[in-house]
Ligand binder design. Structure first.
Ligand code: SAH
Ligand code: SF4
Ligand code: F3S
Length: 468
């Protein structure tokens, strides 16, 4: 069996993405993005705001007059990665471009505010996730005065719903559509409520309009984004539209448009939503349902508001209502006071659920969170590492076993482009979100193709195209 790639961990998302559309404009901006899909989506909004205001976007850092880094603060190592990058950018400014403007956007900007200017010399702008409309003014001000500028104001209303994102790093087939911002959940380990502010939902009309335009432009898949999509709620003509209804309405935009979403908090994943999966063929048979831990006391300390049994009950319901639904999860190893037995509960829950995919992390204490204030980060680093590696090894085994069961089965795959290994091969995903590699033939990006699986690794299926 050929090894195609390793098991995915969320750090894949931490790989930076750079702006690649070059437009004419007097001032060229290079935009680099770290962190989650929400940040990728935000950078597309930033690109749009800048372009509307006469800036050009360049994919080459050396050509840039302005470098903007959209940052993540979720774990200490995410911040360290950004700091290393800032050091490189600073060196470039010092040696080659003294007039270069450097901006830090996103979650690290929001968390550290003015302190960033002291910690990271030569930074000219610090702009939080709700202040991107102010970017042109801020860029103008720092250019005029030579002074650093900061706007980290969070908003209760901002959803950028009138801004059409520029999808500069897109494959032209799959797009992110942001439907809400912020998070009110206050999980004890998590910095997001501090960096993203209060929950608010975008208008349903602007979401549906954006999806319709995407279909017209040839897109075939949308991933609907929010920190907690199940909390979506928008009042229209006196009635409230909730998340199941929104997904249903998006699925009606076109039968050729696949609909995915992320992230769904287990506490409010309802039967209504599961029924939409069952009833609408283009709502994918896949849910990312982060459990975080397998032990009820730990879940309490994490303030996740569900118990192990409630979570397992939800999994059972999901599989009953939507047979064959694929599930993925997020897991944290080594959270405060985690005992060996509690860790074993995470492993046993994984064996019980048998996730198709998991994103697995070592706990990293974040300043100001409930956990940082109330609990001790007392699991030694070596123990955290060992527990995480046990979790990763188990998931790798389960993913491989699940994928082996796929051998001989047929799936409809949306072609996304050439495979990573060879131009003669294409790749795309099943509606259960499994990556598949197959011969190119006369197929092209955006086609739906029927394939039969003949081989696999823990991360990828190999398949042949089914004729006819
Ligand atoms: N809104 C999503 C999660 C966004 S953050 C949800 O609630 O599911 C993505 C993942 O990062 C989380 O699910 C969690 O597993 C992980 N994470 C968040 N804070 C962390 C921390 N302090 N240390 C380690 N992992 C963390
Ligand atoms: Fe963080 Fe919890 Fe909100 Fe997810 S639901 S963003 S883990 S606070
Ligand atoms: Fe990171 Fe902010 Fe996303 S902290 S994970 S970029 S919401």
């Amino acid at each position: 069996m050929s090894l195609i790639s390793d098991i995915p961990v969320l750090d894949d998302l931490d790989a930076p993405r750079a702006s690649t559309v070059r437009a004419t404009g007097e001032i060229q901006v290079y935009l680099e993005t770290y962190g989650c899909q929400m940040n990728v989506s935000d950078s597309e909004i930033v690109a749009s705001i800048l372009k509307e205001n006469g800036y050009g976007l360049t994919g080459r850092l050396e050509d840039a007059d302005v470098i903007l880094i959209n940052t993540c603060a979720i774990r200490e190592n995410a911040e360290q990665k950004v700091r290393r990058r800032l050091a490189e950018v600073r060196a470039h400014k010092r040696h080659n471009r003294p007039d270069l403007k450097i901006g830090v956007l996103g979650c690290m900007a929001e968390r550290l505010r003015e302190n960033l200017l002291e910690q990271e010399k030569l930074v000219d702008l610090v702009v939080g996730p709700d202040a991107y409309r102010d970017l042109p003014r801020l860029l103008g001000e720092t250019a005029d005065t030579g002074q650093a500028v900061v706007n980290v104001q969070l908003s209760r209303e901002e959803t950028y719903d009138d801004i059409t994102p520029i999808r500069y790093d897109s494959n032209g087939i799959s797009a992110f559509v942001s439907i809400m911002r912020g998070c009110d959940n206050m999980c004890s380990f998590c910095v997001v409520p501090f960096t993203r502010g209060r929950e608010r939902s975008r208008s349903i009309t602007s979401i549906l309009d954006e999806c319709t335009s995407l279909v017209d432009e040839g897109y075939r898949e949308v991933t609907v984004l929010g920190q907690n999509v199940n909390s979506y709620r928008f009042r229209q003509n006196g009635t409230a539209v909730d998340f199941p209804e929104l997904i249903h309405r998006i699925s009606l935009v076109s039968d050729d448009l696949r609909v995915r979403y992320s992230t769904s908090h287990p506490k409010d994943c309802s039967d209504d939503l599961l029924n939409v999966h069952r009833e609408r063929a283009n709502v994918c048979n896949y849910i990312h349902l982060p459990v975080q831990h397998g032990n009820t006391d730990m879940l309490k300390r994490m303030r996740r508001t569900y118990s192990r049994d409630e979570y397992l009950g939800l999994v059972e319901r999901a599989r009953k209502i939507v047979p064959g639904i694929a599930l993925s999860t997020d897991i944290i190893a080594g959270f405060c006071a985690e005992t060996e037995e509690e860790h074993q509960d995470t492993l046993s829950l994984m064996r019980e659920v048998r996730y198709d995919q998991a994103y697995m992390f070592m706990y990293s204490e974040r300043p100001d969170t409930y956990a940082a204030r109330k609990f001790k980060d007392d699991v030694p680093e070596v123990v955290k590492k060992r527990r995480l590696s046990e979790i990763i090894a188990l998931q790798s085994q389960i993913s491989l076993q699940n994928n082996k069961k796929e051998i001989g089965r047929e799936h409809t795959v949306l072609v996304e482009g050439p495979s990573r290994r060879s131009n003669d091969q294409l790749s795309g995903r099943t509606d259960t979100n499994k990556m598949v590699v197959f011969d190119r033939r006369a197929l092209k990006k955006g086609d739906y193709v029927r394939v039969r699986v003949h081989d696999c690794t823990s991360a990828t299926l190999r398949a042949e195209v089914v004729d006819g």
